[in-house]
Design a protein around this ligand. Structure first.
Ligand SMILES: Cc1cc2nc3c(=O)[nH]c(=O)nc-3n(C[C@H](O)[C@H](O)[C@H](O)COP(=O)(O)O)c2cc1C
Length: 485
């Protein structure tokens, strides 16, 4: 049965109106798709309070064919995307998100997407010989990129061969020519697992790629939603409303009915080509370009005046490092609690490590071994293991997101001989910039856990911190506000 009334179409334009009303949208006219748009976005995101950008009048393209970037990089925008009110401060956003991923995951099953017959995405259709990926202003983001990337802030919809489970992942998409793209799915990612199954069975792999919609779409398809769960359900749980989807005319794969652009086609067995290079979330190009599956695009659906959702990686802070840090930190708190680690005050997956490689947890120490337990689990749990490198455990008086405080704790509360544990042959990546110096044949790495908590056995004797008490600070701040603010 098809319904329309209570489902959410993930319309990007409605969200852009909200951001405009928040005063956080800058509209840019005339920037070139060839490097200029990418460099503007990269410089913008390094500002203290970066706006979202909406590019129009892109040379060589019709007015109205637009590109949006920097959508998730402020607390107010990220909270509006996650439907948790408008949290103006980072601290409030993190507090509000505590425990939410666990709830969303538990409720996802209740929010099966709702199939509708049609939607704005079908306003224009290219098929057969008409298909031309160059109809859209896909940027050449950086000087050393291997091609124009139409898919960065995208959602790649695929299906499992046996169970029919629909997965949605954010994987980069490079244009090869007018009807072929390269799809880079790291081995082990859910889309890659589904692809491998099809290839082993000698069957073409159907793919529908959503190139723009409400950024909640790519935010959730870019995080580790459990194996077997469809991200569209998880998104429905956040919206408290199912997502309305239409079916691809060729593949039958579902995608949001208000998607801006959707490209649909098949990856055929044996069809792989050189893809990239493209910068990675940690700020480096991997060593060399490698082959990746090619998708032959047979149909393109798009709205009038379509908007590409762009979210390119680069040296952090980059387009999505803030949202990754917020999301992964919330997921890591849940993971620690699920593993039975008590009294976790906070976790911060720092942007400098691409929210993967440099993570801090603060705890209120309850027993001997509590700190090491928290550190080891953080570095090894499902959400945390991939490419984790440094994990630091601090006491509750240290804000894990404040690098100055964290490194003060490392400098003053840890001893290298006593307090650094090393895990060898951990879960690394072929994209680790340090892999060049590793002796391994497979993608391992090593992981350091730095216990920068005051030693539990000497807690009562450990020297007092030399600073004004909280009460005195508050009193003086209130009285001398005109000097201190
Ligand atoms: C903007 C952005 C780009 C990404 N690009 C890739 C990519 O090219 N390849 C990849 O395997 N993962 C990429 N990721 C990470 C995956 O989206 C993430 O690991 C996600 O959990 C994958 O979905 P899956 O768990 O369903 O496989 C990207 C994430 C974001 C937010």
């Amino acid at each position: 049965m098809t319904k329309t009334s209570t489902a959410h179409s993930l319309d990007l334009r409605a969200w852009l109106d909200e951001v405009r009303a928040l005063g956080e949208l800058t509209e840019v006219s005339g920037a070139d798709w060839n490097l200029e748009l990418g460099a503007i976005s990269e410089l913008n995101v390094k500002k203290e309070r970066p706006d979202a950008l909406l590019f129009d009048d892109i040379p060589g393209y019709p007015k109205g064919f637009r590109v949006a970037t920097c959508s998730t990089s402020s607390p107010a925008r990220l909270s509006s995307i996650l439907r948790v009110g408008h949290q103006a401060s980072h601290r409030e956003l993190v507090k509000t998100l505590r425990g939410r991923p666990k709830q969303w995951q538990a409720q996802a099953v209740e929010f099966e997407p709702v199939k509708v017959e049609s939607g704005p995405v079908f306003e224009n259709i290219q098929s057969g010989d008409d298909v031309d990926l160059f109809s859209f202003p896909s940027p050449l983001w950086h000087e050393k990129d291997g091609g124009r990337y139409i898919g960065t802030g995208c959602m790649v919809v695929t299906k499992d061969l046996d169970s029919g489970w629909v997965n949605v992942g954010t994987y980069r998409v490079m244009i090869h020519d007018r009807n072929h793209v390269g799809l880079d799915m790291i081995p082990g990612k859910h889309g890659a697992i589904q692809y491998d199954k099809h290839m082993k069975a000698g069957k073409p792999f159907p793919v529908a790629i959503v190139i723009g919609c409400d950024p909640l779409g790519y935010l959730i398809s870019g995080i580790e939603v459990p194996f077997g769960m469809c991200e569209l359900n998880y998104i429905g749980a956040i919206l408290k409303q199912p997502v309305s989807v239409v079916s691809g005319q060729l593949s039958g794969l579902p995608f949001p009915s208000a998607s801006e652009i959707v490209i649909e086609g098949w990856a055929h067995p044996g069809d792989e080509r050189i893809e990239g290079p493209f910068g990675e979330f940690h700020g480096y190009y991997p060593g060399k370009a490698e082959t990746a599956p090619v998708v032959t695009i047979e149909r393109i659906y798009y709205r009038d005046n379509p908007i590409i959702m762009g979210s390119p990686p680069a040296k952090p802070p980059n387009d999505y490092s803030y949202s990754k840090a917020v999301m992964r930190s919330a997921l890591l708190v849940d993971a620690l609690q699920a593993a039975g680690v008590p009294d976790v005050e906070g976790v911060w997956a720092h942007e400098i490590g691409g929210a993967r490689m440099f993570n801090v947890v603060s705890i209120r120490q309850r027993y001997a071994g509590h700190a090491r337990q928290a550190g080891h689990i953080l570095s090894q749990c499902g959400v945390g293991a991939y490419m984790s490198r440094y994990t630091i455990v601090v006491d509750e008086d240290i804000d894990p997101s404040n690098m100055q405080e964290v490194m003060w704790a490392v400098a003053t509360r840890s001893d290298p001989d006593l307090d650094i544990d090393i895990i060898k042959r951990g879960m690394g990546s072929k994209n680790d910039p340090m892999s060049i110096a590793y002796p391994y044949k497979a993608p391992f790495n090593s992981k350091a856990i730095i216990d920068a908590c005051r030693p539990y056995d000497f807690l009562s004797e450990f020297p007092e911190v030399a600073e004004a008490s909280k009460e005195l600070q508050d009193k003086v701040r209130a009285k001398w506000q005109h000097i201190l603010d």
